[in-house]
Design a protein around this ligand. Structure first.
Ligand SMILES: [Fe+2]
Length: 264
Protein backbone atom coordinates (compact mmCIF):
# COMPACT_ATOMS: atom_id res chain seq x y z
CA UNK A 1 0.00 0.00 0.00
CA UNK A 2 1.38 3.47 -0.85
CA UNK A 3 -0.01 6.22 1.31
CA UNK A 4 -0.05 10.01 1.32
CA UNK A 5 0.11 11.67 4.74
CA UNK A 6 -1.25 15.22 4.80
CA UNK A 7 -0.60 16.07 8.43
CA UNK A 8 2.68 15.57 10.30
CA UNK A 9 4.91 17.31 12.80
CA UNK A 10 8.20 15.72 11.82
CA UNK A 11 9.96 18.82 10.47
CA UNK A 12 12.81 19.18 13.00
CA UNK A 13 12.82 21.86 15.69
CA UNK A 14 9.87 24.02 14.68
CA UNK A 15 6.97 23.09 16.99
CA UNK A 16 5.90 20.45 19.50
CA UNK A 17 6.78 17.72 17.00
CA UNK A 18 10.26 16.42 16.33
CA UNK A 19 12.94 18.19 18.41
CA UNK A 20 15.92 17.46 16.12
CA UNK A 21 17.04 16.04 12.78
CA UNK A 22 17.94 12.59 14.16
CA UNK A 23 14.41 12.17 15.55
CA UNK A 24 12.90 13.45 12.30
CA UNK A 25 14.85 10.91 10.27
CA UNK A 26 13.73 8.16 12.63
CA UNK A 27 10.07 9.28 12.28
CA UNK A 28 10.46 9.43 8.49
CA UNK A 29 11.84 5.91 8.46
CA UNK A 30 8.90 4.72 10.54
CA UNK A 31 6.46 6.41 8.15
CA UNK A 32 8.09 4.74 5.15
CA UNK A 33 7.92 1.36 6.91
CA UNK A 34 4.23 2.15 7.51
CA UNK A 35 3.65 2.58 3.76
CA UNK A 36 3.86 6.38 3.46
CA UNK A 37 5.56 7.61 0.27
CA UNK A 38 4.54 11.30 0.25
CA UNK A 39 4.17 13.53 3.27
CA UNK A 40 2.98 17.07 3.80
CA UNK A 41 4.96 18.66 6.63
CA UNK A 42 2.51 20.71 8.66
CA UNK A 43 4.03 22.58 11.60
CA UNK A 44 1.53 24.56 13.67
CA UNK A 45 0.90 28.07 12.38
CA UNK A 46 -0.88 30.92 14.16
CA UNK A 47 -2.00 28.91 17.17
CA UNK A 48 -1.30 30.36 20.62
CA UNK A 49 2.17 28.77 20.77
CA UNK A 50 3.65 28.73 17.28
CA UNK A 51 4.09 30.87 14.22
CA UNK A 52 5.89 29.14 11.35
CA UNK A 53 6.10 31.51 8.43
CA UNK A 54 5.67 30.19 4.91
CA UNK A 55 9.19 31.16 3.80
CA UNK A 56 10.85 29.37 6.74
CA UNK A 57 8.82 26.20 6.26
CA UNK A 58 9.68 26.10 2.55
CA UNK A 59 13.42 26.46 3.27
CA UNK A 60 13.41 23.93 6.11
CA UNK A 61 11.46 21.43 4.02
CA UNK A 62 14.04 21.65 1.23
CA UNK A 63 16.85 21.04 3.76
CA UNK A 64 14.96 18.09 5.26
CA UNK A 65 14.38 16.58 1.82
CA UNK A 66 18.13 16.72 1.21
CA UNK A 67 18.79 15.02 4.55
CA UNK A 68 16.29 12.28 3.65
CA UNK A 69 18.03 11.75 0.33
CA UNK A 70 21.42 11.60 2.00
CA UNK A 71 20.11 8.91 4.34
CA UNK A 72 18.43 7.16 1.39
CA UNK A 73 15.01 7.33 3.04
CA UNK A 74 12.46 7.16 0.19
CA UNK A 75 10.04 9.81 1.39
CA UNK A 76 9.01 12.82 -0.66
CA UNK A 77 8.13 15.77 1.57
CA UNK A 78 6.18 18.94 0.81
CA UNK A 79 5.96 22.22 2.71
CA UNK A 80 2.68 22.82 4.51
CA UNK A 81 1.19 24.22 7.69
CA UNK A 82 -1.47 23.21 10.16
CA UNK A 83 -3.13 26.59 10.07
CA UNK A 84 -5.04 27.49 13.21
CA UNK A 85 -8.34 29.28 12.76
CA UNK A 86 -8.21 32.85 14.01
CA UNK A 87 -10.04 35.99 13.02
CA UNK A 88 -6.81 37.00 11.26
CA UNK A 89 -6.75 34.04 8.88
CA UNK A 90 -7.89 35.95 5.81
CA UNK A 91 -5.30 38.67 6.52
CA UNK A 92 -2.54 36.03 6.64
CA UNK A 93 -3.79 34.55 3.37
CA UNK A 94 -3.82 37.96 1.71
CA UNK A 95 -0.27 38.60 3.01
CA UNK A 96 0.87 35.33 1.40
CA UNK A 97 1.95 33.77 4.69
CA UNK A 98 -0.08 30.59 4.44
CA UNK A 99 0.87 27.26 2.89
CA UNK A 100 -1.66 24.96 1.32
CA UNK A 101 -1.80 21.19 0.94
CA UNK A 102 -1.27 21.54 -2.81
CA UNK A 103 0.89 23.70 -5.04
CA UNK A 104 -2.17 25.37 -6.59
CA UNK A 105 -3.38 26.83 -3.24
CA UNK A 106 -6.69 25.03 -3.34
CA UNK A 107 -6.79 23.00 -0.11
CA UNK A 108 -6.00 24.44 3.33
CA UNK A 109 -5.28 22.20 6.34
CA UNK A 110 -7.26 24.08 8.96
CA UNK A 111 -7.30 23.46 12.71
CA UNK A 112 -10.24 24.72 14.75
CA UNK A 113 -9.78 25.77 18.38
CA UNK A 114 -9.92 22.58 20.47
CA UNK A 115 -12.73 23.69 22.74
CA UNK A 116 -15.35 24.85 20.24
CA UNK A 117 -16.24 25.82 16.70
CA UNK A 118 -16.24 29.63 16.56
CA UNK A 119 -19.45 31.02 15.20
CA UNK A 120 -17.51 33.38 12.89
CA UNK A 121 -16.09 30.44 10.95
CA UNK A 122 -19.26 29.59 9.05
CA UNK A 123 -20.50 33.17 8.97
CA UNK A 124 -17.37 35.03 7.81
CA UNK A 125 -14.28 32.93 7.21
CA UNK A 126 -15.70 30.06 5.15
CA UNK A 127 -17.38 32.35 2.60
CA UNK A 128 -14.18 34.45 2.36
CA UNK A 129 -12.12 31.30 1.74
CA UNK A 130 -14.56 30.03 -0.86
CA UNK A 131 -14.53 33.40 -2.65
CA UNK A 132 -10.76 32.88 -3.02
CA UNK A 133 -11.25 29.34 -4.36
CA UNK A 134 -9.93 27.75 -1.15
CA UNK A 135 -11.45 24.62 0.38
CA UNK A 136 -10.64 24.05 4.04
CA UNK A 137 -9.74 20.55 5.11
CA UNK A 138 -10.77 20.49 8.78
CA UNK A 139 -8.12 18.55 10.67
CA UNK A 140 -9.09 16.06 13.40
CA UNK A 141 -12.76 17.14 13.77
CA UNK A 142 -13.24 14.07 15.97
CA UNK A 143 -11.12 15.73 18.65
CA UNK A 144 -12.92 19.09 18.64
CA UNK A 145 -15.00 19.50 21.79
CA UNK A 146 -17.60 21.64 20.04
CA UNK A 147 -18.20 18.87 17.51
CA UNK A 148 -18.11 16.25 20.25
CA UNK A 149 -20.88 18.15 22.05
CA UNK A 150 -22.87 18.86 18.91
CA UNK A 151 -22.23 16.49 15.99
CA UNK A 152 -24.49 18.58 13.75
CA UNK A 153 -21.75 21.23 13.52
CA UNK A 154 -19.60 18.88 11.47
CA UNK A 155 -22.47 17.96 9.18
CA UNK A 156 -23.12 21.66 8.58
CA UNK A 157 -19.46 22.32 7.74
CA UNK A 158 -19.20 19.44 5.28
CA UNK A 159 -22.53 20.35 3.74
CA UNK A 160 -21.18 23.88 3.25
CA UNK A 161 -18.18 22.51 1.34
CA UNK A 162 -15.47 21.67 3.87
CA UNK A 163 -13.46 18.46 3.66
CA UNK A 164 -12.19 16.65 6.74
CA UNK A 165 -9.02 14.84 7.77
CA UNK A 166 -9.45 12.21 10.44
CA UNK A 167 -6.45 11.18 12.49
CA UNK A 168 -5.35 7.58 11.98
CA UNK A 169 -4.59 7.08 15.67
CA UNK A 170 -8.05 8.45 16.63
CA UNK A 171 -9.54 5.54 14.71
CA UNK A 172 -7.39 3.17 16.70
CA UNK A 173 -7.15 3.87 20.42
CA UNK A 174 -4.99 6.93 21.05
CA UNK A 175 -7.65 9.28 22.43
CA UNK A 176 -10.06 6.92 24.17
CA UNK A 177 -13.03 4.83 23.19
CA UNK A 178 -15.35 7.84 22.75
CA UNK A 179 -13.07 9.39 20.09
CA UNK A 180 -12.65 6.05 18.30
CA UNK A 181 -16.44 5.70 18.27
CA UNK A 182 -17.00 9.22 16.96
CA UNK A 183 -14.40 8.66 14.24
CA UNK A 184 -16.32 5.58 13.13
CA UNK A 185 -19.59 7.51 13.16
CA UNK A 186 -18.07 10.31 11.09
CA UNK A 187 -16.85 7.72 8.58
CA UNK A 188 -20.25 5.99 8.48
CA UNK A 189 -22.03 9.31 7.86
CA UNK A 190 -19.70 9.98 4.87
CA UNK A 191 -18.39 13.08 6.64
CA UNK A 192 -14.75 11.94 6.56
CA UNK A 193 -12.48 12.58 3.58
CA UNK A 194 -9.20 10.90 4.46
CA UNK A 195 -6.80 9.77 7.18
CA UNK A 196 -3.52 11.39 8.17
CA UNK A 197 -1.08 10.62 10.96
CA UNK A 198 -0.69 13.97 12.80
CA UNK A 199 2.59 12.28 13.81
CA UNK A 200 4.54 13.72 16.72
CA UNK A 201 7.68 12.37 18.35
CA UNK A 202 5.98 10.93 21.40
CA UNK A 203 4.60 7.47 21.94
CA UNK A 204 1.10 6.79 20.67
CA UNK A 205 1.29 9.64 18.15
CA UNK A 206 3.52 7.97 15.57
CA UNK A 207 2.53 7.06 12.03
CA UNK A 208 -0.21 4.47 12.38
CA UNK A 209 -1.59 4.92 8.91
CA UNK A 210 -1.49 1.33 7.68
CA UNK A 211 -3.28 0.03 10.80
CA UNK A 212 -6.05 2.63 10.42
CA UNK A 213 -6.44 1.87 6.72
CA UNK A 214 -6.51 -1.85 7.47
CA UNK A 215 -9.27 -1.34 10.03
CA UNK A 216 -11.24 0.76 7.55
CA UNK A 217 -10.72 -1.80 4.78
CA UNK A 218 -11.97 -4.54 7.10
CA UNK A 219 -15.19 -2.54 7.57
CA UNK A 220 -15.54 -1.05 4.11
CA UNK A 221 -12.92 -1.85 1.47
CA UNK A 222 -14.21 0.70 -1.09
CA UNK A 223 -14.08 3.50 1.42
CA UNK A 224 -10.46 2.70 2.29
CA UNK A 225 -9.60 2.96 -1.40
CA UNK A 226 -11.51 6.25 -1.64
CA UNK A 227 -9.70 7.69 1.40
CA UNK A 228 -6.26 6.88 -0.02
CA UNK A 229 -7.27 8.40 -3.36
CA UNK A 230 -8.65 11.51 -1.67
CA UNK A 231 -5.35 12.20 0.09
CA UNK A 232 -3.55 12.00 -3.25
CA UNK A 233 -6.14 14.26 -4.89
CA UNK A 234 -5.77 16.88 -2.15
CA UNK A 235 -1.96 16.87 -2.43
CA UNK A 236 -2.27 17.22 -6.21
CA UNK A 237 -4.95 19.92 -6.00
CA UNK A 238 -7.44 17.76 -7.88
CA UNK A 239 -11.18 17.37 -7.38
CA UNK A 240 -12.25 15.22 -4.44
CA UNK A 241 -15.46 13.29 -5.10
CA UNK A 242 -18.21 14.32 -2.70
CA UNK A 243 -20.34 11.44 -1.41
CA UNK A 244 -23.89 11.69 -0.18
CA UNK A 245 -23.62 12.76 3.44
CA UNK A 246 -25.80 11.92 6.42
CA UNK A 247 -26.25 13.27 9.92
CA UNK A 248 -24.10 11.51 12.49
CA UNK A 249 -26.00 8.81 14.32
CA UNK A 250 -24.40 8.47 17.69
CA UNK A 251 -24.65 5.34 19.74
CA UNK A 252 -22.94 7.02 22.67
CA UNK A 253 -25.09 10.07 23.46
CA UNK A 254 -25.18 9.22 27.16
CA UNK A 255 -21.38 8.83 27.18
CA UNK A 256 -20.90 12.32 25.70
CA UNK A 257 -23.45 13.85 28.10
CA UNK A 258 -21.62 12.31 31.06
CA UNK A 259 -18.24 13.40 29.76
CA UNK A 260 -19.21 17.04 29.30
CA UNK A 261 -21.04 17.17 32.62
CA UNK A 262 -17.85 16.08 34.36
CA UNK A 263 -15.76 18.67 32.45
CA UNK A 264 -17.90 21.59 33.66
FE1 LIG B 1 -1.27 18.54 14.11
Amino acid sequence: MTLVDLHSHILPGVDDGSPDLATSLELAQEAVADGVTHMLLTPHHMDSNYVNHKKDVVERTQAFQQALEQEQIPLKVFPGQEVHLTEHLIEAIDHDDVLYADAGNRYLMLELPHTHVPEYFMRNILPELQTRGITPVIVHPERNQGIQRNHQLLYDMVRAGCLTQLTASSYLDAFGEHVTQLTQEIIDANLGTTFSSDAHAYKGRRSRMSAAYQKLADNDRDKAVTYTGNAKAILNGEDVPVPEIQAIRTKKKSLWDKLFKSRK
